[in-house]
Ligand binder design. Structure first.
Ligand code: ADP
Length: 356
């Protein structure tokens, strides 16, 4: 009867809302402490994605702040555990969804660890980039009777609002223009596009990209913490009746979010800092506008958001990892990272239960 119809309609509506909400996810990851004696600013991690931090300079309770995300990974979480909660998103790329995964946080908070793996490039504890491609290959193989997939990768960095090809043969002149999407859905039509069929191919390309990124950094200042690196995986699929899907997965290791003291840096460093600041706040504005379903989404305000325009919003899925350092002397940056992450999150604060 009527009642059942209303219930059914409500359920549809509820599922729709959940679906929309589910398009932007924020996970927080806390890296292990490097200072054994230092008191951690992390006071409590809840199963429900809640996180309490403690201001080390204040008395207990006064300095206790609550944040809430879709998920919080503590310092002991393994790469596999983190990947397990990322896998459904990766898998949806094979069904035609565009996906963006960002690593946000101050330099040294573990962004590269999450995306690429531990420094030094061992094949143990590989990060999301490698595990994701591995999974895509496995799925492509598993579906080969019904679907033929081709997988391609591009790797670029954005430094001072300029896009550089990290897989280019000619390293001298490779400033790239972002162009409106053509039929191939490429917004960087001139960037090197490499076909990959195995994880060995991927590892080779990732190494090349890292080398090219390092070559451009000046001797003393490791530039990689001040540029955004974007690994894009393009998936083309064709089924037995000729239907095609095209989608892409962007894996983004963002520039360090730390504020620099304007009185201490000048020249090139000040310029870099201003570019980073601007592009990270643009990214925040875009995700917030999407979360609030605003009619105007300010994609054009930075190269990063312009480049990712077709993979942010619409049916695309977004995941941001907010990385924090647990040490007391990082309290300021940790707080500002968590505030940024809370701003772009669709999880509402206050639902957290105090289990302690
Ligand atoms: P970022 O990319 O944010 O600058 P890194 O990923 O380089 O930071 O991390 C800084 C250091 O901490 C590296 O030596 C890295 O291997 C280590 N590290 C980061 N996160 C973890 C973690 N979850 N477990 C173990 N080591 C980590």
């Amino acid at each position: 009867g009527g009642y059942h119809r209303v219930v059914e309609e409500n359920r549809k509506l509820y599922n729709m809302v959940q679906d929309l909400k589910g398009n932007i996810r924020v996970y927080c990851r806390i890296r292990p402490s490097f200072q054994a004696e230092s008191k951690s600013v992390i006071d409590f991690i809840g199963e429900d994605g809640s996180l309490f931090i403690l201001d080390p300079s204040k008395a207990l309770k006064d300095g206790r702040k609550l944040f809430q995300f879709n998920r919080v990974f503590g310092p002991n979480a393994s790469q596999d555990e983190v990947f397990k909660d990322t896998q459904p998103l990766i898998r949806s790329v094979m069904d035609g969804y565009n996906v963006c995964i960002f690593a946000y946080g101050q330099t040294g908070s573990g962004k590269t660890y999450t995306m690429s793996g531990p420094s030094g490039g061992t094949s143990k504890d590989m990060g999301i980039n490698y595990l994701a491609l591995n999974d895509l290959f496995r799925m492509s193989n598993g579906r080969k009777d019904i679907m033929t997939y081709n997988i391609y990768v591009q790797m670029v960095e954005i430094y001072n609002e300029q896009v550089r090809d990290l897989l280019a043969e000619d390293k001298t002149e490779n400033k790239l223009e972002i162009r409106s999407c053509n039929d191939d859905g490429l917004s960087l039509p001139d960037a090197t596009l490499r076909s990959v069929t195995s994880t060995t191919d991927v590892l080779t390309l990732m190494k090349l990209g890292e080398v090219n990124r390092a070559v451009s950094s000046t001797a003393l200042n490791n530039r990689s913490s001040r540029s955004h690196s974007v690994l894009t995986v393009h998936v083309h699929g064709k089924d037995t009746s000729g239907n095609t899907i095209r989608s892409c997965l962007h894996l983004v290791d963002l520039a360090g979010s730390e504020r620099v003291d304007k009185s201490e840096v000048t020249g090139e460093r000040l310029k870099e800092a201003q570019f980073i600041n601007k592009s990270l706040s643009c990214l925040g504005d875009v995700i917030t506008a999407l979360a609030q379903k605003n009619s105007h989404i300010p994609y054009r305000n930075s190269k990063l958001t312009l480049l990712l325009q077709d993979s942010l919003g619409g049916h695309a899925k977004t995941l941001m990892f907010a990385h924090v350092s647990p040490e007391a002397d990082s309290f300021g940056e940790t707080t500002s990272t968590l505030k940024f992450a809370q701003r772009v999150s669709t999880v509402e604060l206050g639902a957290a239960r105090m289990n302690k």
